[in-house]
Design a protein around this ligand. Structure first.
Ligand SMILES: Cc1cc2nc3c(=O)[nH]c(=O)nc-3n(C[C@H](O)[C@H](O)[C@H](O)COP(=O)(O)O)c2cc1C
Length: 207
């Protein structure tokens, strides 16, 4: 099998180590092709049953960013960033299109069985419960997104400090949608804070 090579600017280790929350950005638009490449990577994030509930809204419109900033309690990084990625999770869309998530290699019979199993599983949950379930998957993609953004030479600041109802209204999102967060991105103007993390031994136990 031929190995597909992916253009890579820095290593995964460098991307993770160099990522700090950046709240001030250089005033220059983000290359559309870079955004394309970033999302091609994020698309590869894993999810249970491969359901891929993540959806990304890229906001570059100045007026809309101003309104988003207001919804984010005036946090200035929102308008400082040339683009703000709003990361949502939409399990109702997943459920309405379950056939799209089933692997194309399966037989028709297997596909139907899988769709029926998934429908039964999620229909046994409330919209809220399966919304929360979807969010656990979308958070994985949010992590991949931050790393991919860093890998392509941009900086970011993950944010959950915003009024979710207001952001739903601004982006005309349905009520059931959940947020993994919003991510202002751009070339960094300045440095973030040094990493401050728990010791290895506090968070890792070998059994
Ligand atoms: C889910 C999430 C939500 C966050 N919300 C905000 C936010 O609303 N505003 C903000 O300035 N930083 C926010 N942060 C950034 C954290 O404060 C930051 O990631 C943490 O202090 C570690 O710093 P570092 O990102 O520079 O490594 C958030 C981070 C995460 C992961």
């Amino acid at each position: 099998m031929t190995q597909k090579t992916t253009e890579q600017t820095i290593s995964v280790q460098q991307a993770i180590e160099s990522r700090h929350s950046i709240r001030k950005f250089v005033q220059q638009p983000i290359d559309r092709q870079d955004l394309q490449k970033i999302f091609e990577l994020v698309r590869l994030s894993p999810s249970a049953w491969n359901l891929q509930p993540w959806r990304f809204h890229v906001v570059t419109d100045v007026n809309l960013k101003e309104k988003l900033e207001e919804a984010a309690y005036g946090q200035k990084q929102v308008t400082s960033a040339p683009a703000v990625i709003v990361v949502t999770s939409d399990m109702e869309d997943v459920l309405a299109n379950l056939r799209d998530t089933v692997h194309p290699g399966l037989s028709e019979e297997q596909k139907e069985k899988e769709v029926a199993n998934l429908s039964a599983f999620f229909n046994g949950m409330s919209v809220e419960e399966r919304g929360q379930w979807g969010l656990t998957q979308t958070n994985i993609a949010f992590g991949f997104l931050m790393t991919a953004v860093q890998g392509y030479g941009y900086a970011s600041n993950p944010m959950l400090g915003f009024d979710q109802d207001k952001v739903k209204e601004l982006l005309k999102l349905p009520e059931h949608v959940k947020f993994a967060g919003i991510l202002p991105i751009g070339k960094p103007d300045g440095e973030g804070y040094p990493h401050h993390r728990f010791d290895f031994n506090k968070i890792v136990t070998f059994h």
